[in-house]
Design a protein around this ligand. Structure first.
Ligand code: NAD
Length: 505
């Protein structure tokens, strides 16, 4: 049976090349957030499922780690073609459980494709280093080997892109991979499993373990899991990093964000407002790189606030399948209520509610989890609307006197994922990019997600661990170095052993 055949009903694991029902009885509802209706029952892994997935992956890793780079490359090229061919179908699966608009879902698949394309160059990435004749008759060379079994624990907001920040390079470098997707939108993971299989990947190299904290904890503590890649909120990222390292695993844990965009008076304010509006409200603000704070400098503030208000009022909020929809619903009723609570707190704290999306009703979708675009001006850095990662369609405006103050505000924020500056001055842009303590910076670009052949990652509370995802960092994360020092004694030359530490001659 195909991996996705039953995805609108019971949503299972995918282990060893087959859909696999849970041995336990725990299940959780999956919703279409645009209608509020339950669309599936997700099986949640228990101990036996976790052990089975890890055992299957461990066995698969033994042979996969010995596969030729040519074979891996062929599979990755084939996967790329299959992703392209099934983009529409996969986007529909994403929209049905996440709620984002179809074009945005296709955009995330496009970003996943980039990561596959980077992994297609694995023959180049895995080239080792060689030093000939470091001593007479002795050569030293190094190459990289896979870790073994790697697990990817991913958030709801990019059910295809984030797993594909991990799996292509983990698998290209010779590891077996277990994906633990978000329990909110788990079906896209099964479609990915199906595509890997159709591309020719041996069974057991890519597995899907559905579940919640029990599945995560089982993976973090399992002695046969060697590496953990995590993307999600900051408190969970911290927990993942601490628990996985305590259990001897290599770990990278990307956390939450509060991304600021600085608008200087010399910027094209129309263009800045256009970009900030899309960057704040696209995907209903449920992006780790969404702009959630506009830092308006000096006289830019009034004009920017006006232009943002005009645009926020024109955002079309509708189910993600509607052709004219700019943004869809939030992921759960709890997320919707939390966003509304923070908007209320901002008002009570004395900020100015310029556009209030709390009472929005989407006709025909009254049961959906919608909040409309919300713009809040005169926000201070001690208000909850500034301090919390809202993860909803809310843009706050913080007014500052000059660029130095803008940089100070950004650097005092505990997060450091992405930031941007809008200006027509190269000098101000250069000062900004060198001074901010943030991992990814945009100059006249609101959402500076780098292309997949550059590594992606934040600083401070936005990332725990050393290495970022994608790009060169991913090759290093999923492999370890082996160095060989080699001599082949020639019959005519005695190779004298030494009791002293060897020196070169
Ligand atoms: P989340 O932290 O709630 O969940 C992420 C994953 O962790 C899920 O697979 C979930 O099942 C698991 N999890 C949740 N609670 C857990 C617990 N107590 N113990 C063990 N595992 C647990 O995040 P989310 O709500 O799915 O996603 C949104 C968050 O992800 C936002 O904070 C967003 O900024 C962040 N995010 C960050 C990036 C980045 O690149 N830094 C990218 C995307 C999303």
């Amino acid at each position: 049976m195909s991996a996705t055949a039953e995805r609108t009903n019971t949503i299972t694991h995918f282990i060893g090349g087959k859909q696999k029902s849970s041995t336990g009885a725990r299940e959780q509802d999956v919703y279409n957030p645009a209608t509020g209706k339950v669309t599936g029952q997700l099986q949640l892994a228990g101990r036996a499922d976790i052990d089975e997935a890890v055992a299957v992956a461990k066995t698969a890793a033994e042979s996969w780690s010995q596969s030729s780079l040519t074979k891996r490359t062929k599979i990755l090229f084939s996967l790329r073609e299959k992703l392209v061919a099934r983009t529409e179908e996969m986007a529909a699966v994403i929209t049905a459980e996440h709620g984002k608009v179809l074009d945005d879902a296709k955009g995330e698949i496009g970003r996943a494709l980039e990561a596959v394309e980077f992994a297609c160059g694995i023959v180049e990435h895995l080239k080792g280093e060689y030093s000939s004749q470091v001593s007479t008759g002795i050569d030293v060379y190094s190459f990289r080997e896979p870790l073994g079994v790697v697990a990817g624990i991913t958030p709801f907001n990019f059910p295809v892109m984030v797993p594909m920040w991990m799996a292509p390079m983990a698998i290209a470098t010779g590891n077996a991979f277990i994906l633990k997707p978000s329990e909110r939108d788990p079906s896209a993971a099964l479609m990915l499993a199906e595509l890997w299989q159709e591309a020719g990947l041996p069974d057991g190299v890519f597995n899907v373990l559905q579940g919640d904290k029990e599945a995560v904890d089982g993976l973090l503590k399992h002695e046969d899991v060697d590496g953990i890649s995590f993307v999600g909120s900051t408190p969970i990222a911290k927990y993942i990093h601490e628990t996985a390292t305590a259990h001897g695993k290599r770990v990278q844990a990307l956390g939450g964000a509060k991304n600021h965009a600085v608008v200087l008076p010399d910027a094209d304010i129309d263009a800045a407002a256009e970009h900030l509006n899309a960057a704040a409200f696209g995907a209903a603000g449920e992006r780790c790189m969404a702009i959630s704070v506009a830092v308006a400098v000096g006289e830019a503030a009034d004009e920017l606030a006006d232009k943002l208000r005009e645009r926020a009022n024109n955002v079309v909020v509708a189910e993600g399948t509607h052709a004219d929809s700019d943004m869809g619903p939030l992921i759960t009723p709890q997320a919707r209520d939390r966003v509304k609570r923070i908007i209320g707190e901002a008002e009570a704290d004395g900020a100015t509610l310029v556009t209030d999306g709390r009472d929005l009703v989407v006709k025909g979708n009254e049961g959906g989890f919608f909040v409309g675009p919300t713009l809040i001006d005169h926000v201070k850095t001690d208000m909850s609307a500034y301090k919390e990662e809202i993860f909803g369609p809310v843009l706050v405006i913080v007014r500052v006197a000059n660029l130095d103050e803008a940089i100070r505000v950004i650097n005092e924020n505990p997060y450091g994922n992405g930031t941007g500056i809008f200006t027509s001055s190269g000098a101000f842009a250069r000062q900004f990019q060198r001074a901010v303590k943030v991992g990814m910076v945009g100059v006249n670009i609101p959402i500076p997600v780098p292309v997949a052949w550059h590594s992606f990652g934040g600083w401070n509370d936005s990332l725990f661990g050393d290495l970022h995802v994608n790009g060169p960092d991913s090759m290093h994360f999923y492999t370890r170095n082996k160095v060989v020092t080699q001599r082949w004694p020639e019959p005519a030359r005695a190779s004298g052993a030494s009791f002293s530490f060897p020196t070169h001659d």
